[in-house]
Design a protein around this ligand. Structure first.
Ligand code: DGY
Length: 320
């Protein structure tokens, strides 16, 4: 078996790089930031495989430059950064890392939900600034989570994991998606409703849908108007699912109560006005960022490449 020449577009946990280094000639971008497109186009030339990240726009131009590549292994479950039809056309396999980041992502959605509902980030800032002068009966009044209604958009793996945790807080669970999901209902007691009903009835709305043409700006001005004034929106999926300018307006005018965001429409840029708001908790796309999960994502991406190197179909191939 010939040793493959593999390029990794950014530093990932060592166990994954060690796996690849054992069997391949390896080069890793050690700059600690995504490569500009022109450098990426140079670096992929002559490679048999590329391990890429969601910060790399992998399009037809990249595939053309990577004329020897058999596989691009994405270090993410989401793959909206890759032009899959273009890869398929050129006979290049694309793989992702599903499964391993499900619970970790759901946990961050909960961290955001609690942060906004109980004003954790806001009161942390206040305390650090030396403003705390003693217990106050009206200080940072937030909202209860238990016994409230949570609406889940997208009952897939992460939506399910999020919903299972909602059960522990005795919440009523509503969900919406392409179609009713009997497994989701069996495991969570969740009730399938239309998006409109979910928005009207939920105290908390959490988004767990991939970014697709039909989910772009799924939540915008019209949808914010349907939500309760006390509602909190959580997004750990992809930024463009929410119209971020409309969100800023809804938060400024009190159309909704707050938001917890891990993803942004123009990531890493934030919509104007967002960072000045107190009723938001903002994270830098860290939903899968635990040592354990990021290591598993790396070893899965590496094993997708090593499986392809053996001439076999990688388990997470998206375009077999
Ligand atoms: C993914 O995997 O798609 C997340 O957004 C980052 O881990």
């Amino acid at each position: 078996m010939n040793k493959w020449n593999v390029y990794v577009t950014n530093e990932i946990p060592k166990p994954a790089l060690d796996m690849l280094a054992e069997h391949c000639d390896l080069e890793v971008n050690r700059l600690g930031k995504p490569l500009p497109k022109s450098t990426l186009l140079e670096k992929v030339q002559g490679r048999d495989a590329v391990l890429c990240l969601l910060t790399d726009q992998i399009d037809n131009e990249v595939f053309k430059a990577a004329s020897q590549a058999k596989i691009f292994a994405n270090y993410a479950v989401g793959y909206n950064n890759i032009d899959i039809p273009a890869a398929t056309e050129r006979g290049i396999m694309i793989s992702n890392t599903p499964g391993v980041l499900t619970d970790t992502t759901a946990e961050l959605a909960w961290a955001l939900l609690f942060s906004v509902a109980r004003r954790v980030a806001e009161s942390d800032k206040y305390t650090r600034m030396g403003k705390y002068e003693g217990w106050g009966p009206m200080l940072f009044l937030g909202q209860d989570v238990m016994n409230k209604t949570v609406g889940i958009i997208g009952p897939g793996r992460i939506g399910l994991s999020f919903a299972k945790r909602a059960k522990a807080f005795d919440m009523k669970i509503l969900y919406t998606g392409r179609a009713p999901n009997p497994q989701f209902e069996k495991e969570t007691g969740g009730q399938y409703v239309s998006l409109n009903q979910l928005l009207q009835d939920s105290d908390y709305v959490s988004i767990h849908t991939p970014l697709l043409p039909e989910t772009f700006h799924l939540i915008g001005e019209k949808e914010f108007k349907q939500m309760k004034k006390t509602a909190i929106l959580i997004n750990t999926s992809r930024g463009p699912v929410v119209d971020e300018l409309a969100l800023v307006k809804a938060l400024q005018t009190g159309e909704i109560w707050g938001a917890g965001l891990d993803v942004y429409e123009w990531e890493p840029k934030l919509a104007e006005g967002l960072s000045e708001l107190n009723n938001v908790t903002l994270c830098p796309h860290i939903a899968s960022a635990t040592i354990e999960t990021r290591t598993k994502m790396g070893t899965i991406a590496a094993s997708n490449i090593l499986t392809a190197m053996k001439g076999e179909l990688p388990p997470n191939c998206l375009n077999p």
